[in-house]
Design a protein. Structure first.
Length: 169
């Protein structure tokens, strides 16, 4: 019995470690930046919003509650995914998937949000975005730029604020 519990705990922590290597470790976007993020997103009711690697789902729930968007969060670290699923009970309109973000078809997305690392964004995600994202979609990267793409807007209101990049396809 003790062995089974240790094994389950190990597997849960393993998914967190894999997620950290795959796209980014769990570091949540700051709540006080949500207004800036969604000003750039210009999200409208019924539009499809993605948070790639949604952590505990805060951004996804905000997009749904405040803008009535079809909000989708993808997460592969089990503890965070379980937190999302618990929150979904109180926010029935949101959609959390236990899914590797690189395997999701993003062609229907209107707004794609992520907080990755410079390496994973540029070496792994960028090509997928170039292949799949439809014309007119908005892509928002928290803190890190996408190399060789020209942002439509960079939001950085003061020295202490982190940059948030808006790209238009
Ligand atoms: C920097 S956190 C950002 C969390 C959330 N988007 C936010 O802004 O508050 C990155 C998240 O991506 C998740 N993640 C990493 N690799 C992933 C992958 N391949 N597919 C889905 N989620 C992944 C991590 O578990 C982590 O929760």
């Amino acid at each position: 019995m003790y062995f089974v519990i240790v094994l389950i705990l190990f597997l849960i922590l393993w998914t967190v470690a894999i997620a950290g290597l795959s796209f980014a470790p769990w570091v949540p976007s700051k709540k006080h930046d949500f207004e800036r993020i969604f000003k750039l997103a210009n999200l409208k009711p019924g539009e499809i919003f993605y948070d790639l690697g949604c952590g505990t789902g805060k951004v996804v729930i905000y997009a749904h509650k405040k803008f009535k968007a079809k909000s989708i969060g993808l997460e592969i670290a089990l503890p965070f995914y379980c937190i999302c699923k618990c929150k979904q009970i109180f926010n029935p309109g949101v959609n959390f998937k236990y899914k590797n973000l690189y395997k999701e078809d993003l062609s229907r997305a209107d707004v794609i949000y992520f907080f990755g690392t410079p390496k994973t964004i540029n070496e792994k995600l960028k090509a997928k975005l170039e292949r799949e994202v439809k014309k007119g979609a908005r892509i928002i990267s928290y803190v890190f730029a996408i190399n060789n793409w020209s942002p439509a807007v960079v939001s950085k209101p003061d020295d202490s604020a982190v940059p948030i990049y808006l790209y238009l396809r």
